[in-house]
Design a protein around this ligand. Sequence first.
Ligand code: ADP
Ligand code: MG
Length: 626
Amino acid sequence: MTPPDGRERRIRKLPALLVNQIAAGEVVERPASVVKELVDNALDAGATRITVDLEGGGIELVRVTDDGCGIAPEDLSLALADHATSKITEAADLDRIGTMGFRGEALASIASVSRLSMRSRRAADTAASQVEAEGERIGQVTPAGGPVGTSVTVRNLFFNTPARRKFLRTPATEQGHCLDIVETLAMSHPAIGFAASTDGKRGIDLAPGQSPRERVVAVLGAEIESQLVEVHADRFDDSRGLAMWGVVGLPSIARATAKAQWVFLNGRPIRDKSIQHAIKEAFRGLIEPGRFPTAVLMIEMDPGAVDVNVHPRKTEVRFRDQSVVHSVVLRAIREALAGADLTPSVAGIGWRGQSGHGSAGEDRAVVGVGGSPAPGGFVDYFQRQPAAPSGERLSFEAIREAVQGGSTDPAASPRAAEPGPIDQPRPAERVLQVHNSFVVTQDEQGIVIVDQHALHERVMFEDLIARISGRGGTDGQPARLESQRMLVPPVVEVTRRQLDRLGDLAPLFERLGIEVEPIGPAAVAVQGFPTFLFDREVDAGPFVKELLEKAEASEFVPGSEEALHEVLDMMACKAAVKAGDRLTESELRDLLKMREEVERSSNCPHGRPTSIRVTIRELEKRFGRV
Ligand code: ADP
Ligand code: MG
């Protein structure tokens, strides 16, 4: 058969250069990929200091210099050959990858699309040696001067593949990506010094020997340190072989994109949908749905429990047990947030022109972590002992204690009641309802103003979650909400598509205590409704109608935790007292008591704050007393 272009097609082996260029298409997308591969190699070589120099955004030049183990002169040109690696020797090694690289294709791929030179010297060598490559041609290895370690210089990226070069962005953009990747890799290797320069100017300078926390703060910026909460999971004891350390940002520093989220698996930066989802889920109700929390999570697990050889760039991984990872991440972040005081203070939410960051800093120090509760490199520790139970690591409680009680700096521990105008604070002693919408009371730190609807909604939501996430009865089935049969079942008009979805929704409805029966081609009858909504006088008909409309319009996948939460949100919102509802003295007290009971009560499930605080300090300042 003759192909459309009329040329005869024969099968032949592709020339090596073309093979490498095709491989480079997967591995080397832009200068930042070169930086990543070369820094990975330096890390694998045991470097203690790594320097990255960039020119023209890395398009003209990327040079990575390390003080690692170096390469033998006789291996130098082999390092540039395709599928040449010193890191694995047999298939079984793929099940226990402990290095950043292992595919043996990075240098060959980069060399095929650039002008590459490499100089290297081992400690035992009297001099360095070097080799140059350009496209297909690998030059002779020649002696050279230079210190112990390796320096790889990559010039004119994609000079011989103009189509690829066209896809590069401006040097400034490419440079930004290069520096991002240096910072990313630096975060998971706090013991190693990193420096980067751009066109001769120093860009990044990170000292060696930092603790994981110091390094993360150095990268994220000291100014947001007080907005970070530490996250820990030491779950080696329950044989999951997974541990995590990290920080998450308070809702106040959430962003419009996921750019401020870093997830590392055994030191390797990864992108994982399910972990991203767990982060989002942990912040549910604390930030608006469209925003992304800041998070740096370092996960360590047995290399055998995860496959990193899924993608040439090694940024995607496959977990043997995805759901364990999801639940550990979710739980650890929730615990961390529960231990943090999330009530934004007036000074912190911009009720007035910000005068310096003094007072905001003090108020926010409630959640800041003084000192460094996790001494010693997290990653380093686990590299020595991949999946052993640990006596050395601090438990979550110990850290929490350290955070809340250990500081000697009064500004950093506002929980230790300061002597102030109120000597014996008795929380929630006097309560005032303002305009039938807000509840005003006091706590140790000052005045607390509560949005009655938002708080009640939050309380209801927490309560519903607690009721429904337990295991019900003896059959071990998930718990259900108690349901009540309707004496006069309301009839709801529905569309064809809504009717079609009823089957899908049945298990969800059953858990929620909602019973719906089709009674014709365009109507359903609500036979059962959750007792709790009934008690709160929520109308069953309109509620079910709205629920079906939502299900028809969206997104939400019945059976998913998200769908469940979405409906619980809706229930909480409908059942909660409204702004404008007049509350009795005892209802007000009940509401505030609930506030003390629910953790994380400072935002409603829609992310709006439920309460704000005006601190005594703030009042004193405004009245000119300090
Ligand atoms: P991989 O990292 O997957 O093994 P590469 O093509 O990146 O493949 O590197 C090939 C080999 O070259 C490595 O296995 C290693 O032995 C050697 N090598 C590369 N860079 C360095 C370096 N900076 N220091 C020491 N050896 C290196
Ligand atoms: Mg490599």
